[in-house]
Write a protein that binds this ligand. Structure first.
Ligand code: FMN
Length: 336
Protein backbone atom coordinates (compact mmCIF):
# COMPACT_ATOMS: atom_id res chain seq x y z
CA UNK A 1 0.00 0.00 0.00
CA UNK A 2 1.40 3.40 -0.86
CA UNK A 3 1.71 6.11 1.73
CA UNK A 4 -0.02 8.75 -0.37
CA UNK A 5 -3.03 8.66 1.93
CA UNK A 6 -1.12 10.39 4.63
CA UNK A 7 -0.88 13.89 3.24
CA UNK A 8 -2.05 15.76 6.31
CA UNK A 9 -0.48 13.93 9.20
CA UNK A 10 0.80 16.23 11.87
CA UNK A 11 4.33 15.90 13.14
CA UNK A 12 3.17 14.25 16.35
CA UNK A 13 1.12 11.65 14.61
CA UNK A 14 3.80 9.25 13.49
CA UNK A 15 1.87 6.01 13.23
CA UNK A 16 1.25 4.84 9.68
CA UNK A 17 -2.35 4.03 8.95
CA UNK A 18 -1.45 2.13 5.79
CA UNK A 19 0.54 -0.35 7.87
CA UNK A 20 -2.24 -0.63 10.43
CA UNK A 21 -5.03 -1.22 7.95
CA UNK A 22 -3.34 -3.07 5.11
CA UNK A 23 -5.01 -3.40 1.72
CA UNK A 24 -8.81 -3.71 1.54
CA UNK A 25 -9.18 -4.37 5.26
CA UNK A 26 -12.25 -6.03 6.73
CA UNK A 27 -12.45 -4.90 10.34
CA UNK A 28 -14.73 -5.73 13.26
CA UNK A 29 -16.82 -2.67 14.22
CA UNK A 30 -16.85 -1.30 17.75
CA UNK A 31 -20.03 -2.53 19.45
CA UNK A 32 -20.79 -1.79 23.08
CA UNK A 33 -21.69 -4.93 24.99
CA UNK A 34 -20.53 -7.14 22.13
CA UNK A 35 -16.94 -6.67 20.96
CA UNK A 36 -15.30 -7.59 24.25
CA UNK A 37 -12.02 -9.50 24.48
CA UNK A 38 -13.68 -12.96 24.41
CA UNK A 39 -15.62 -12.16 21.22
CA UNK A 40 -12.60 -10.52 19.60
CA UNK A 41 -10.64 -13.70 20.30
CA UNK A 42 -13.39 -15.70 18.59
CA UNK A 43 -13.09 -13.48 15.50
CA UNK A 44 -9.33 -13.87 15.47
CA UNK A 45 -9.53 -17.63 15.77
CA UNK A 46 -10.63 -17.68 12.11
CA UNK A 47 -7.89 -15.38 10.80
CA UNK A 48 -5.99 -12.20 11.60
CA UNK A 49 -8.13 -9.09 11.69
CA UNK A 50 -8.10 -5.58 13.04
CA UNK A 51 -10.78 -5.53 15.72
CA UNK A 52 -12.24 -2.59 17.61
CA UNK A 53 -12.93 -2.47 21.32
CA UNK A 54 -16.29 -1.55 22.71
CA UNK A 55 -16.64 2.19 23.14
CA UNK A 56 -14.88 3.45 26.27
CA UNK A 57 -16.16 6.75 27.68
CA UNK A 58 -13.25 8.94 28.68
CA UNK A 59 -14.99 10.34 31.76
CA UNK A 60 -15.75 6.85 32.99
CA UNK A 61 -12.22 5.68 32.34
CA UNK A 62 -10.65 8.58 34.17
CA UNK A 63 -12.86 7.86 37.16
CA UNK A 64 -11.13 4.50 37.06
CA UNK A 65 -14.19 2.39 36.68
CA UNK A 66 -13.36 -1.30 36.60
CA UNK A 67 -15.80 -1.92 33.75
CA UNK A 68 -14.12 0.75 31.62
CA UNK A 69 -10.69 -0.69 32.35
CA UNK A 70 -11.91 -4.15 31.32
CA UNK A 71 -13.21 -2.78 28.03
CA UNK A 72 -9.95 -1.03 27.42
CA UNK A 73 -7.70 -3.96 28.16
CA UNK A 74 -5.81 -4.64 24.98
CA UNK A 75 -5.37 -8.12 23.67
CA UNK A 76 -1.63 -8.43 24.16
CA UNK A 77 -0.14 -11.02 21.88
CA UNK A 78 -3.58 -11.87 20.49
CA UNK A 79 -3.38 -9.31 17.73
CA UNK A 80 -3.94 -5.68 16.82
CA UNK A 81 -6.63 -3.81 18.70
CA UNK A 82 -8.21 -0.46 17.88
CA UNK A 83 -9.60 1.21 20.96
CA UNK A 84 -12.61 3.44 20.54
CA UNK A 85 -13.08 6.36 22.90
CA UNK A 86 -16.06 8.61 23.45
CA UNK A 87 -16.10 11.98 25.12
CA UNK A 88 -16.59 15.67 24.62
CA UNK A 89 -13.90 17.22 26.76
CA UNK A 90 -10.57 17.52 24.91
CA UNK A 91 -8.34 17.18 27.97
CA UNK A 92 -10.15 14.11 29.27
CA UNK A 93 -10.25 12.49 25.86
CA UNK A 94 -6.53 13.11 25.35
CA UNK A 95 -5.77 11.58 28.74
CA UNK A 96 -7.94 8.56 27.96
CA UNK A 97 -6.12 8.21 24.64
CA UNK A 98 -2.77 8.14 26.44
CA UNK A 99 -4.04 5.34 28.65
CA UNK A 100 -5.37 3.45 25.61
CA UNK A 101 -2.05 3.81 23.82
CA UNK A 102 -0.16 2.60 26.89
CA UNK A 103 -2.50 -0.41 26.96
CA UNK A 104 -1.29 -1.29 23.48
CA UNK A 105 -3.95 0.14 21.14
CA UNK A 106 -2.55 0.36 17.66
CA UNK A 107 -5.03 3.02 16.73
CA UNK A 108 -7.37 5.27 18.64
CA UNK A 109 -10.82 5.80 17.19
CA UNK A 110 -13.09 8.61 18.33
CA UNK A 111 -16.81 7.94 18.40
CA UNK A 112 -18.86 10.49 16.46
CA UNK A 113 -21.60 8.06 15.52
CA UNK A 114 -23.28 6.83 18.70
CA UNK A 115 -26.95 7.85 18.55
CA UNK A 116 -27.69 7.38 22.26
CA UNK A 117 -28.96 10.47 24.01
CA UNK A 118 -26.64 10.29 26.94
CA UNK A 119 -23.43 8.49 27.66
CA UNK A 120 -21.69 9.31 30.89
CA UNK A 121 -21.51 13.02 31.30
CA UNK A 122 -23.30 14.43 28.32
CA UNK A 123 -24.23 14.13 24.69
CA UNK A 124 -21.73 11.96 22.96
CA UNK A 125 -21.06 10.42 19.62
CA UNK A 126 -23.16 11.72 16.77
CA UNK A 127 -23.95 14.98 18.56
CA UNK A 128 -20.41 15.95 17.62
CA UNK A 129 -21.39 15.93 13.96
CA UNK A 130 -23.38 19.08 14.72
CA UNK A 131 -20.49 20.66 16.57
CA UNK A 132 -17.62 20.62 14.08
CA UNK A 133 -15.53 23.06 16.10
CA UNK A 134 -15.65 20.83 19.15
CA UNK A 135 -15.07 17.76 16.96
CA UNK A 136 -11.93 19.41 15.58
CA UNK A 137 -10.71 20.40 19.03
CA UNK A 138 -11.18 16.85 20.26
CA UNK A 139 -9.20 15.22 17.47
CA UNK A 140 -6.50 17.89 17.74
CA UNK A 141 -6.09 17.13 21.45
CA UNK A 142 -5.97 13.37 20.93
CA UNK A 143 -3.55 13.56 18.00
CA UNK A 144 -1.22 15.70 20.09
CA UNK A 145 -1.41 13.17 22.94
CA UNK A 146 -0.54 9.91 21.18
CA UNK A 147 1.74 8.61 18.47
CA UNK A 148 -0.56 5.92 17.09
CA UNK A 149 -2.96 6.85 14.26
CA UNK A 150 -6.17 8.59 15.28
CA UNK A 151 -9.35 7.81 13.34
CA UNK A 152 -13.00 8.83 13.61
CA UNK A 153 -16.19 6.81 13.21
CA UNK A 154 -19.17 8.84 12.11
CA UNK A 155 -22.60 8.61 10.52
CA UNK A 156 -23.80 10.34 7.36
CA UNK A 157 -24.91 13.27 9.45
CA UNK A 158 -27.51 14.21 12.02
CA UNK A 159 -30.57 13.80 9.80
CA UNK A 160 -31.66 13.86 6.15
CA UNK A 161 -31.36 17.64 6.01
CA UNK A 162 -27.89 17.64 7.46
CA UNK A 163 -25.77 14.95 5.86
CA UNK A 164 -22.47 16.63 6.56
CA UNK A 165 -20.14 13.61 6.73
CA UNK A 166 -18.13 14.65 3.63
CA UNK A 167 -17.47 18.13 4.98
CA UNK A 168 -16.73 16.97 8.51
CA UNK A 169 -14.42 14.22 7.28
CA UNK A 170 -12.53 16.77 5.20
CA UNK A 171 -12.14 19.08 8.20
CA UNK A 172 -10.97 16.25 10.44
CA UNK A 173 -8.50 15.10 7.80
CA UNK A 174 -6.99 18.56 7.82
CA UNK A 175 -6.50 18.18 11.60
CA UNK A 176 -4.54 14.96 11.06
CA UNK A 177 -7.15 12.23 11.39
CA UNK A 178 -5.77 9.29 9.45
CA UNK A 179 -8.94 7.39 8.45
CA UNK A 180 -12.69 7.63 8.84
CA UNK A 181 -15.26 4.89 9.18
CA UNK A 182 -18.71 5.86 7.94
CA UNK A 183 -21.93 4.13 9.00
CA UNK A 184 -24.32 4.77 6.12
CA UNK A 185 -27.19 6.08 8.23
CA UNK A 186 -28.01 9.40 9.86
CA UNK A 187 -28.33 9.78 13.58
CA UNK A 188 -32.09 10.29 13.15
CA UNK A 189 -32.33 6.83 11.59
CA UNK A 190 -30.69 5.08 14.52
CA UNK A 191 -30.60 1.56 13.01
CA UNK A 192 -33.73 1.86 10.86
CA UNK A 193 -33.91 1.63 7.10
CA UNK A 194 -31.19 0.43 4.77
CA UNK A 195 -27.72 1.91 5.01
CA UNK A 196 -26.99 4.30 2.13
CA UNK A 197 -23.72 3.01 0.69
CA UNK A 198 -23.72 5.47 -2.20
CA UNK A 199 -23.50 8.48 0.11
CA UNK A 200 -20.32 7.03 1.57
CA UNK A 201 -18.85 7.64 -1.90
CA UNK A 202 -19.23 11.36 -1.26
CA UNK A 203 -17.11 11.06 1.86
CA UNK A 204 -14.54 9.11 -0.12
CA UNK A 205 -14.48 11.85 -2.76
CA UNK A 206 -13.99 14.55 -0.11
CA UNK A 207 -10.84 13.12 1.52
CA UNK A 208 -7.56 11.46 0.65
CA UNK A 209 -7.33 9.36 3.83
CA UNK A 210 -8.72 5.80 3.84
CA UNK A 211 -12.47 5.41 4.30
CA UNK A 212 -14.02 2.32 5.89
CA UNK A 213 -17.58 1.71 4.73
CA UNK A 214 -20.06 0.36 7.26
CA UNK A 215 -23.69 -0.68 7.44
CA UNK A 216 -25.68 -3.80 6.59
CA UNK A 217 -22.74 -5.86 5.33
CA UNK A 218 -23.69 -9.46 6.11
CA UNK A 219 -21.78 -11.63 3.64
CA UNK A 220 -19.05 -11.72 1.03
CA UNK A 221 -21.25 -10.32 -1.76
CA UNK A 222 -22.23 -7.37 0.43
CA UNK A 223 -18.57 -6.74 1.20
CA UNK A 224 -17.70 -6.59 -2.48
CA UNK A 225 -20.76 -4.48 -3.28
CA UNK A 226 -20.25 -1.88 -0.58
CA UNK A 227 -16.70 -1.31 -1.81
CA UNK A 228 -17.87 -1.03 -5.37
CA UNK A 229 -20.72 1.36 -4.59
CA UNK A 230 -18.82 3.54 -2.12
CA UNK A 231 -15.32 3.35 -3.56
CA UNK A 232 -14.18 2.96 0.05
CA UNK A 233 -10.85 1.42 1.02
CA UNK A 234 -12.15 -1.15 3.45
CA UNK A 235 -15.20 -2.56 5.18
CA UNK A 236 -16.32 -2.48 8.80
CA UNK A 237 -18.60 -5.28 9.99
CA UNK A 238 -21.02 -4.96 12.88
CA UNK A 239 -24.13 -7.09 13.38
CA UNK A 240 -23.20 -9.43 10.54
CA UNK A 241 -20.62 -10.96 12.89
CA UNK A 242 -23.15 -11.77 15.65
CA UNK A 243 -22.79 -15.50 16.26
CA UNK A 244 -20.70 -15.70 13.08
CA UNK A 245 -17.19 -14.59 14.01
CA UNK A 246 -15.85 -16.41 10.92
CA UNK A 247 -17.47 -13.95 8.49
CA UNK A 248 -14.64 -11.44 8.82
CA UNK A 249 -12.11 -14.00 7.51
CA UNK A 250 -14.53 -15.03 4.75
CA UNK A 251 -15.00 -11.44 3.60
CA UNK A 252 -11.29 -10.72 3.82
CA UNK A 253 -10.58 -13.70 1.58
CA UNK A 254 -13.24 -12.54 -0.87
CA UNK A 255 -11.76 -9.04 -1.07
CA UNK A 256 -8.24 -10.45 -1.38
CA UNK A 257 -9.36 -12.63 -4.29
CA UNK A 258 -8.45 -15.74 -2.29
CA UNK A 259 -10.61 -18.86 -1.91
CA UNK A 260 -13.41 -18.10 0.56
CA UNK A 261 -13.50 -20.54 3.49
CA UNK A 262 -16.83 -22.35 3.85
CA UNK A 263 -18.98 -21.78 6.91
CA UNK A 264 -17.57 -24.00 9.65
CA UNK A 265 -19.49 -27.19 10.48
CA UNK A 266 -21.89 -26.93 13.42
CA UNK A 267 -19.47 -28.72 15.76
CA UNK A 268 -16.87 -26.01 15.12
CA UNK A 269 -19.48 -23.29 15.64
CA UNK A 270 -20.31 -24.78 19.03
CA UNK A 271 -16.63 -25.24 19.90
CA UNK A 272 -16.18 -21.54 19.16
CA UNK A 273 -19.16 -20.72 21.38
CA UNK A 274 -17.78 -22.90 24.17
CA UNK A 275 -14.35 -21.27 23.99
CA UNK A 276 -15.94 -17.81 24.06
CA UNK A 277 -18.14 -18.83 26.98
CA UNK A 278 -15.16 -19.98 29.02
CA UNK A 279 -13.14 -16.92 28.06
CA UNK A 280 -16.01 -14.67 29.18
CA UNK A 281 -16.14 -16.34 32.58
CA UNK A 282 -12.45 -15.84 33.12
CA UNK A 283 -12.53 -12.28 31.73
CA UNK A 284 -15.48 -11.01 33.80
CA UNK A 285 -15.85 -13.53 36.60
CA UNK A 286 -18.56 -16.19 36.63
CA UNK A 287 -21.73 -14.20 37.31
CA UNK A 288 -21.09 -11.21 35.08
CA UNK A 289 -19.46 -13.44 32.47
CA UNK A 290 -22.56 -15.60 32.18
CA UNK A 291 -24.79 -12.53 31.87
CA UNK A 292 -22.64 -10.89 29.22
CA UNK A 293 -22.10 -14.00 27.09
CA UNK A 294 -25.75 -15.13 27.08
CA UNK A 295 -26.78 -13.08 24.03
CA UNK A 296 -23.82 -14.48 22.10
CA UNK A 297 -25.00 -18.02 22.87
CA UNK A 298 -28.38 -17.10 21.39
CA UNK A 299 -26.66 -15.81 18.26
CA UNK A 300 -24.53 -18.95 17.95
CA UNK A 301 -27.71 -21.02 18.28
CA UNK A 302 -29.19 -19.09 15.36
CA UNK A 303 -26.11 -19.47 13.19
CA UNK A 304 -26.05 -23.21 13.93
CA UNK A 305 -29.79 -23.44 13.09
CA UNK A 306 -30.40 -24.88 16.52
CA UNK A 307 -34.14 -24.28 16.72
CA UNK A 308 -36.03 -22.35 19.36
CA UNK A 309 -36.12 -25.00 22.05
CA UNK A 310 -32.39 -25.54 22.10
CA UNK A 311 -31.73 -21.82 21.85
CA UNK A 312 -33.98 -21.15 24.84
CA UNK A 313 -32.38 -23.94 26.83
CA UNK A 314 -28.93 -22.45 26.23
CA UNK A 315 -29.89 -18.88 26.95
CA UNK A 316 -31.91 -19.74 30.07
CA UNK A 317 -29.60 -22.30 31.64
CA UNK A 318 -28.04 -21.18 34.90
CA UNK A 319 -24.95 -23.06 33.75
CA UNK A 320 -25.00 -23.66 29.98
CA UNK A 321 -21.56 -25.27 29.90
CA UNK A 322 -22.61 -28.97 29.97
CA UNK A 323 -25.04 -28.40 27.10
CA UNK A 324 -22.47 -26.40 25.16
CA UNK A 325 -19.95 -29.19 25.66
CA UNK A 326 -22.38 -31.76 24.33
CA UNK A 327 -23.12 -29.62 21.28
CA UNK A 328 -19.42 -29.03 20.71
CA UNK A 329 -18.73 -32.75 20.90
CA UNK A 330 -16.41 -32.21 23.85
CA UNK A 331 -16.37 -35.08 26.32
CA UNK A 332 -16.65 -34.38 30.06
CA UNK A 333 -13.21 -35.94 30.49
CA UNK A 334 -11.74 -33.27 28.21
CA UNK A 335 -13.40 -30.50 30.17
CA UNK A 336 -10.57 -29.48 32.44
C1 FMN B 1 -25.14 -3.63 19.94
C2 FMN B 1 -24.44 -2.52 19.19
C3 FMN B 1 -23.52 -1.74 19.85
C4 FMN B 1 -22.85 -0.71 19.15
N1 FMN B 1 -21.90 0.02 19.82
C5 FMN B 1 -21.16 0.93 19.13
C6 FMN B 1 -20.07 1.59 19.74
O1 FMN B 1 -19.75 1.37 20.91
N2 FMN B 1 -19.38 2.50 18.99
C7 FMN B 1 -19.71 2.76 17.69
O2 FMN B 1 -19.05 3.58 17.06
N3 FMN B 1 -20.72 2.13 17.08
C8 FMN B 1 -21.45 1.22 17.76
N4 FMN B 1 -22.43 0.53 17.12
C9 FMN B 1 -22.65 0.74 15.68
C10 FMN B 1 -21.86 -0.28 14.84
O3 FMN B 1 -20.47 -0.11 15.02
C11 FMN B 1 -22.19 -0.13 13.34
O4 FMN B 1 -21.84 1.16 12.92
C12 FMN B 1 -23.67 -0.35 13.04
O5 FMN B 1 -24.16 -1.48 13.74
C13 FMN B 1 -23.91 -0.53 11.54
O6 FMN B 1 -23.15 -1.60 11.02
P1 FMN B 1 -23.77 -3.09 10.79
O7 FMN B 1 -24.98 -2.94 9.91
O8 FMN B 1 -22.65 -3.84 10.17
O9 FMN B 1 -24.17 -3.58 12.15
C14 FMN B 1 -23.13 -0.47 17.79
C15 FMN B 1 -24.08 -1.27 17.14
C16 FMN B 1 -24.72 -2.29 17.81
C17 FMN B 1 -25.72 -3.15 17.07
Amino acid sequence: MTANYATNISAQNMGNIADVLGLKPVVLAPMAGVTDAPFRAAVRSFGPALVYSEMVASAELLRDRRSAALRLKADGAAGPLAIQLAGREPGALAEAARIAEAEGAILIDINMGCPAKKVVGGLCGSALMREPDLARALVRAVIAAVSVPVTVKMRLGWDEQDRNAPELARQLESEGVQAVAVHGRTRAQFYEGPADWSFIARVKAAVTIPVLANGDVRGTEDAKNILQVSGADGVMIGRGAFGRPWVIAQMQAALDGAPVPADPPDAVKWQTALRQYRAALSHYGIDLGRRVVRKHLGWYAESANAGKELRDALVRAADPEPLLMRLAGVLQSEAA
